[in-house]
Design a protein around this ligand. Structure first.
Ligand code: SF4
Ligand code: FES
Length: 482
């Protein structure tokens, strides 16, 4: 591999590596706006300029690649890069001054404040001065449909958003219009971003506060939010996300890109908008038996006295939950999987599975059989199974599957449902226990590609609400009097 020197530090890199990435490997973060690993390079913002020995002008590190070494000297130093020279500092300060020419000083009301690249780079690399004596260009904010709002005054014309709609989501709703100081990012006439099921990503991509989410706009200052690594429950991909929360409420979900995994940069709007269902309102529901509040001990006794137990685990919960739940089954063949949600595949490159069941693989590995509920129904009808424990989330099951589950619960002498909130199906069970939502516990899943993905607890569950693992341990416990 060829060697390059960055500020006199030598390192071996693969030919073709971007200088910007090579700098990152030695801990030097090159400031950048238009560059994004998942988008085509355009080198328009000029913020990533570096000095390269032997080149007469500064070069954009987001488009300059490391050349191959000569064949007769594979270890040769092929490039010497400097990121800390006066020329680089001068260029960065100049670029910042240009980018801020028309930018308003509305940080106190801007949603991006606290995670804004203009703020950060201005602080680190800006000159602190502006020679702009003219009146700044002014636009009113515009709705780009119901999901996205654009404030063009803040735009620095990096075109990340435009490239996203052309290269990733494909709708091409956004474009750059006019020239010079009138340059603006806008939609083609009559188009909005409402039809784009991945529209929310433009908000994450915008390095300044020009594109904002209607949902999050003016709701929270980001420095109050705590970010917890989690995954999306939307599909079997288990996309990595951040749960941004405060006051035991989730305020935002965002993608959590993994290194060298381009598919983890973007999530669908449905995934992004899933958070309200994990925010609890009012008191947590209580354990119940035959429609009346009951103690967990009474439920355990009823289950243990019922006879052969089958478990139905919906594959939308974690592997620890699956393991513990599976142990409640009287025999290993009485572990059944449920959940038959599918998702529409809009971007095949990013959605490599249409399976809407997050942890189907993890449950299968723990002995749960999916698509076998009719078999269980037969066993219940023949009285080979006398009790059923159902782990369920109504959002991931079809009407048809719900019908089979309802029939199983109706015919089983004793049934127990474990749910976050009682559904119609859960209410039909003889007993019901409140479980923590996935945002209220830590566990892991095995996604469609066989990758282990962990998620961490973000919210505190209410008193009396426990994880599936905790309930399952209790339900399996031998009573003290036995
Ligand atoms: S709106 Fe944001 S992402 Fe789009 S060009 Fe302007 S600054 Fe870049
Ligand atoms: S990041 Fe390199 S020119 Fe914009």
């Amino acid at each position: 591999m060829p060697t390059i020197k960055i500020n006199d530090v030598a390192l071996s890199v693969t030919p073709g590596t971007l200088v910007l990435d090579a700098c990152r490997t030695v801990g030097i973060d090159i400031p950048h706006y238009c560059y994004h690993p998942a988008l085509s390079p355009v080198a328009t913002c000029r913020m990533c300029l570096v000095e390269i020995k032997g080149q007469p002008k500064l070069a954009t590190s987001c488009t300059t690649t490391v050349p191959p070494a000569p064949k007769d000297n594979p270890e040769a130093v092929v490039m010497e890069v400097f990121t800390n020279t006066p020329a680089v500092a001068d260029a960065r300060a100049g670029v910042m001054e240009f980018l801020l020419i028309n930018h308003p000083l509305d940080c106190p009301i801007c949603d991006q404040a606290g995670e804004c690249k203009l703020q950060d780079y201005s602080y680190h690399f800006g000159s602190g001065d502006s020679r702009m004596a003219e009146v700044k260009r002014r636009y009113r904010y515009e709705d780009l449909g119901a999901k996205i709002v654009i404030d063009k005054n803040r735009c620095i014309h990096c075109t990340r958003c435009v490239r996203f709609t052309r290269e990733i989501s494909g709708g091409g709703e956004l474009t750059v219009a006019s020239r010079g100081s009138h340059l603006e990012v806008t939609t083609f006439t009559g188009k909005s971003m409402d039809q784009n099921p991945f529209a929310g990503n433009v908000v994450d991509l915008c390095p300044v506060g020009a594109l904002t989410s209607r949902d999050f706009r003016f709701r929270k200052r980001v420095w109050y939010l705590k970010s917890v690594p989690s995954i999306s429950r939307h599909s079997a991909l288990g996309n990595p996300i951040w749960i941004d929360h405060e006051g035991n409420q989730i305020h935002r979900l965002r993608p959590r890109p993994l290194a060298d995994r381009e598919t983890t940069h973007f999530i669908s709007d449905e995934e992004r908008q899933a958070y309200p269902r994990y925010n609890r309102a009012g008191k947590a529901p209580l354990p119940s038996l035959k429609g009346a509040p009951a103690s967990p001990d009474a439920i355990r006794e009823a289950l243990q006295a019922a006879g052969p137990v089958a478990v139905i685990g919906q594959g939308t919960f974690g592997c620890d939950a699956a393991q513990r739940l599976g142990e409640l089954a009287s025999t290993p063949d009485l572990r059944y999987g449920s959940g038959d949600k599918t998702i529409p595949v809009v971007l095949p490159k990013y959605q490599t599975s249409a399976d809407g069941i997050l942890n189907r693989r993890g449950f299968t590995e723990r002995g749960f059989r999916f698509g076998a509920l009719e078999e269980l129904l037969g066993k219940v009808q023949r009285a080979e199974v006398r009790a059923v424990v159902l782990l369920h989330d109504d959002a991931f099951t079809s009407l048809a599957e719900r019908g089979v589950l309802a029939e199983i619960l109706r015919l089983t002498p004793f049934s127990l449902a474990l749910e976050v909130q009682p559904s119609d199906l859960g209410r039909a069970a003889a007993a019901w226990l409140p479980i923590a939502s996935y945002a209220e516990e830590s566990d892991f899943i095995v996604n469609h590609d066989g990758e282990l993905r962990r998620y961490q607890k973000a919210l505190q569950p209410p008193k009396g609400v426990r994880t599936v693992t905790a309930w399952a341990k209790d339900l399996a416990a031998v009573p003290a009097t036995a």
